[in-house]
Design a protein around this ligand. Structure first.
Ligand SMILES: C[C@](O)(CO)[C@H](O)COP(=O)(O)OP(=O)(O)OC[C@H]1O[C@@H](n2ccc(N)nc2=O)[C@H](O)[C@@H]1O
Ligand SMILES: Nc1ncnc2c1ncn2[C@@H]1O[C@H](COP(=O)(O)OP(=O)(O)OP(=O)(O)O)[C@@H](O)[C@H]1O
Length: 317
């Protein structure tokens, strides 16, 4: 019986603009999503019984139906009942390295890996588009996680257009282990506070006109101009998360004050904060400085870098 081990990278949002409310309760977005080499390893193998099982070494990762990876397997069973009857159930092992509930698409990338893994296990030969369509049923970030790289995402985040890839930009990433921000809360609060107009007053209008540059950051990416990219980072959800979570605001300010940081932003709905830096040695120094400023063991710090791939096969037996 075959088994696969897949690499499932996290993502950061280089850009997240909320364009408007949608009748389905979601928000119309313009985002730039970027894969990073901080990744989980996902094992998938067939079982002789007709069950789905999930294991993880990480205590914050659920192993029941609330796990997005479990739901991905359930979706494949529902979509391909005959193949399921032929091959049997699936065991999923999640070797978790991506911080949980971090705004880094941890659950989404695990679900994407399970879709790719079951496609391989069951010899389905699904196309990338078919896998992305299945991913969209599970969550807005899942389609991106399949192929990863550097992508413009529109709609609710599932309409994808690839951009030139940005490899090897060094990143320092920080997340308080025990701090979680609900994505649903962040979007709901944004809707309540900014409605469909999103402009509060003249000062707000000027701030937004200066801040929002999806075309400008795309141009910076096309030019592979890292300094320019770093200056054009943007995330509308910071407007609701930073005032509510002082620890996230503190991290943002601390990163911004470090020599060698060329840009810093919260990822997704938070609470992770990342900083783009020029080199790996600089990244290590900045990580040490943040650790010295915040000796709290609850703060997780990583040095990572951008990567151009999504789900990748590590090994098969
Ligand atoms: C914050 C981001 O991670 C940025 O990449 C994504 O926009 C969220 O992606 P996700 O976690 O896969 O989101 P989903 O599981 O689809 O939705 C979680 C919650 O966020 C809200 N949501 C999500 C995406 C979107 N375009 N508008 C929304 O309002 C939904 O109402 C839902 O209550
Ligand atoms: N495979 C999974 N890995 C981690 N958490 C999971 C998984 N499946 C479900 N969860 C649950 O989902 C919640 C959100 O965790 P996750 O790591 O997916 O958040 P996230 O990185 O903020 O996601 P996104 O950026 O897509 O909004 C957690 O509190 C956890 O209980």
């Amino acid at each position: 019986m075959r088994s696969y081990t897949l690499i499932a990278p996290a993502k950061i949002n280089l850009y997240l603009e909320i364009i408007g409310d949608r009748p389905d309760g979601f928000h119309e977005l313009a985002m730039i999503l970027q894969s990073i080499d901080l990744a989980d390893q996902i094992g998938v193998r067939s079982l002789s019984t007709d069950t789905i099982r999930v294991h993880s070494q990480h205590t914050q990762v659920p192993t029941d139906k609330t796990n997005l990876a479990y739901r991905a397997a359930e979706l494949m069973v529902k979509e391909f009942p005959d193949t399921f009857a032929k091959y049997g159930g699936v065991e999923i092992t999640i070797d978790k390295h991506i911080p949980v509930a971090a705004g880094l698409a941890g659950g989404s990338t695990n679900a994407a890996a399970v879709l790719v893994g079951i496609d391989l296990l069951w010899n389905l030969g699904l196309t990338q588009t078919e896998l992305e369509e299945l991913g969209a049923v599970l969550g807005s970030d899942v389609p991106f996680c399949i192929a990863g790289g550097t992508v413009i995402a529109t709609g609710r985040g599932e309409q994808l257009s690839p951009l030139p890839s940005l490899d090897n930009i060094y990143i320092v990433l920080a997340k308080y282990r025990s701090l979680e921000v609900s994505t649903a809360w962040a979007y709901k609060t944004y809707r309540q506070q900014y409605g469909n107009t999103y402009i509060k007053d003249t000062a707000d209008l000027v701030a937004r006109a200066n801040a929002v540059h999806s075309g400008a950051i795309v141009k910076a990416i096309a030019n592979k101009d890292v300094t320019d990219i770093a200056q054009k980072l943007h995330n509308d959800l910071e407007r609701v998360v930073l005032p509510e979570y002082p620890q996230v605001l503190q991290l943002r300010e601390l990163f911004a004050a470090q020599e060698g940081v060329i840009g810093t932003m919260m990822s997704g709905s938070g609470p992770s904060v990342f900083a783009l830096v020029e080199s790996q040695p600089q990244a290590e120094i900045i990580k040490q400085k943040i650790r010295a400023a915040i000796p709290d063991e609850d703060l997780e710090l990583f040095v990572t870098r951008t990567t151009s791939h999504g789900i990748k096969i590590a090994s098969s037996v």
